[in-house]
Structure formats: structure tokens, C-alpha cells
Design a protein around this ligand. Structure first.
Ligand code: ZN
Length: 304
């Protein structure tokens, strides 16, 4: 397909799919994420905070540039795939998660709304600022009344933007509830959004393995075609939840976890609800995750 460079910032193709534009965005964001990754690697404590700011301040404006023109094409399957790949680059850079973690789970872990919804938001906000009524992908924003005074117009614009944000969050929430991906993460994070009350926005790799179910767990590796079997050291199916609740090999680590948080907090749904918001539970779970994966690694090394 022949590319026409109609604008230095917006690439068209003959069928106006905007696929060349989105591919260029993806490449730009990859380079940006790699450069930022190198800069922030020096101090891991700063990494996520810095990357979150960069994501909002640099990546989103680049990707959503002129989105009011090409927003109607974002659900072309090729365009959508490229957009999600673009966002995934940053999501993986922002959290210490296994690279096999699904994009919906990474979005929830990082508190970042899916990029297609971000593009719809930017396009809608452009029209709201202009006072225009518009429908984009089923989301309706009514036209501004010409009879309003200046104060009322500003108030109505703010109200429309607030309503738009709520509508987009509801769409994200509905998607997450009906998704078949990231179901382990959904037990810890049934609601989508950014949660400033979380004990840590940047859990270590070992803990993220348990928050996503993606890590050195044989059942997951077997499902992905990386491991020949799915058996734990005890012979059962090795999932993150098996190691957390059932596996006899890690009884010592589990007893330590129970000693710190109490048996009632581990054996009910309150564990999933509270563990990321309660400092004592979070710290105990973090220690458990690290000691289990460390011991698992040393047992496997000794036996090989
Ligand atoms: Zn086991």
C-alpha cells in the first residue's frame, strides 16, 4: 500500500485506515520507552514514578495527536492491535511483571486506561472544548446550548468532561469483568482505575508473579507451550494459587504468612480485597512471595 505523507505528523494511506500513522506511533513510543528505561534503570525506586509521569506527559500526547481525525478508525483490527502493542511497551516498562502477562492485566496493574479509550477521550474532549455535539463509537456528547452565559458554558464543559471520564471508566470496568484474560489479577483488583491508597504502586517482581499468575509457575508455562508438564514439586498442578494456599512444600513459608496476618485473613476473600491496601498484609505477602520463589529456585537447582 502506498503511503502518502500528507502531514509531517499524520500519515495517511489510500484507504484512510491510518495504519501507517499508528505503526509510526508504535515505533516512536518503543524508542522513547527504551531511552527512558535506560535513564531510569539507575534507580529502580524512581522507575515507575518517572515512567508514569512520562507516559502521561509524553507518550499520551504523541499517540493521541490529531485523534479527532482518526478516532473513527481505531477499531480496525490492525490499528487496534498496533495501538495495544504501543501501550504494552510502556506498561511492561512501568511494572516489574513477567513479559507473558496479558495487556488487560497490565493496564489494571498500572492503573492505565486502555489506549483506545484514551484516544476516544482526547477526541471527545477536543469537541467538548469547541462546544460541538458528537457521537464517537457510541459515546454521545450533546451540543452546547448557544443561549448559555460564559460561566454556565464553562460549568457545562467541565460537567461533560466529567461525565465522559465516568462513561469511559464504566466501559473499561465492563470489559475487565467480561474479559477471559488476567483472571488472577481480577481477584486482587476487581475494580479498574488508579488507586493511590495502595501500599505500593511498584510491587517487586516476585509479588507481581502472584498478582498476575504469570511467572515460573509450571501450569502457566505449560499453557504457553514453554514447559512440558504442569506439575509442582508436590505433584499437583503448579499455579500461583496452589503455592499460596495449598502446596505442602511451602508449609513453612505459609505458616510464617499466617503468623503475620492471621489465619482468618488468608482463608477468606478478604485476603484478595485487602492485601494491597493493608501495610501489614502487603509486607507479609511480599515476604512470602520472595521466600517461596527463592526456595523453589534453590530446590530446582539442587535437583538438576
Ligand atoms: Zn505443590
Amino acid at each position: 500500500m502506498k503511503k502518502k505523507k500528507n502531514s509531517p505528523y499524520l500519515l495517511f494511506d489510500s484507504q484512510f485506515t491510518f495504519l501507517p500513522h499508528v505503526k509510526t506511533l508504535r515505533d516512536k513510543v518503543r524508542i522513547l520507552a527504551a531511552q527512558l528505561g535506560r535513564v531510569t534503570r539507575v534507580d529502580w525506586g524512581l522507575k515507575k514514578k518517572v515512567l508514569r509521569v512520562m507516559y502521561r506527559a509524553i507518550c499520551i500526547p504523541i499517540v493521541t495527536y490529531c485523534s479527532s481525525i482518526w478516532v473513527h478508525r481505531i477499531y480496525n483490527s490492525h490499528v487496534l492491535r498496533q495501538l495495544l502493542a504501543t501501550q504494552r511497551v510502556f506498561l511492561l516498562a512501568m511494572c516489574r511483571a513477567c513479559r507473558t502477562t496479558s495487556t488487560p492485566a497490565l493496564q489494571v496493574l498500572n492503573g492505565c486506561i486502555p489506549l483506545d479509550l484514551e484516544i476516544i477521550r482526547t477526541a471527545h474532549r477536543y469537541h467538548i472544548r469547541k462546544g460541538r455535539g458528537i457521537t464517537i463509537h457510541g459515546l454521545v456528547v450533546p451540543e452546547e446550548s448557544p443561549d448559555q452565559g460564559e460561566d454556565m458554558r464553562i460549568y457545562c464543559k467541565m460537567l461533560r468532561m466529567r461525565t465522559l471520564d465516568l462513561d469511559l471508566m464504566n466501559i473499561w470496568q465492563t470489559r475487565w469483568q467480561h474479559s477471559t484474560k488476567g483472571r488472577v489479577t481480577a481477584r486482587f483488583f476487581p475494580k479498574v482505575g488508579f488507586f493511590p491508597r495502595m501500599v505500593s504502586q511498584d510491587p517487586p517482581f516476585e509479588l507481581t508473579c502472584f498478582l498476575t499468575g504469570h511467572g515460573p509457575f509450571k501450569a502457566k508455562l505449560n499453557k504457553l507451550g514453554i514447559s512440558e508438564d504442569e506439575n509442582c514439586l508436590c505433584g499437583d498442578c503448579e499455579t500461583s494459587e496452589h503455592l499460596l494456599f495449598d502446596c505442602d512444600v511451602y508449609n513453612y513459608e505459609r505458616r510464617e504468612l499466617i503468623r503475620k496476618i492471621g489465619i482468618s485473613n488468608l482463608m477468606t476473600d478478604s485476603f484478595y480485597e485487602n492485601v494491597m491496601f493493608n501495610t501489614k498484609m502487603y509486607q507479609a505477602f511480599k515476604d512470602f512471595a520472595k521466600s517461596v520463589l527463592d526456595r523453589r529456585r534453590s530446590i530446582l537447582q539442587d535437583s538438576s
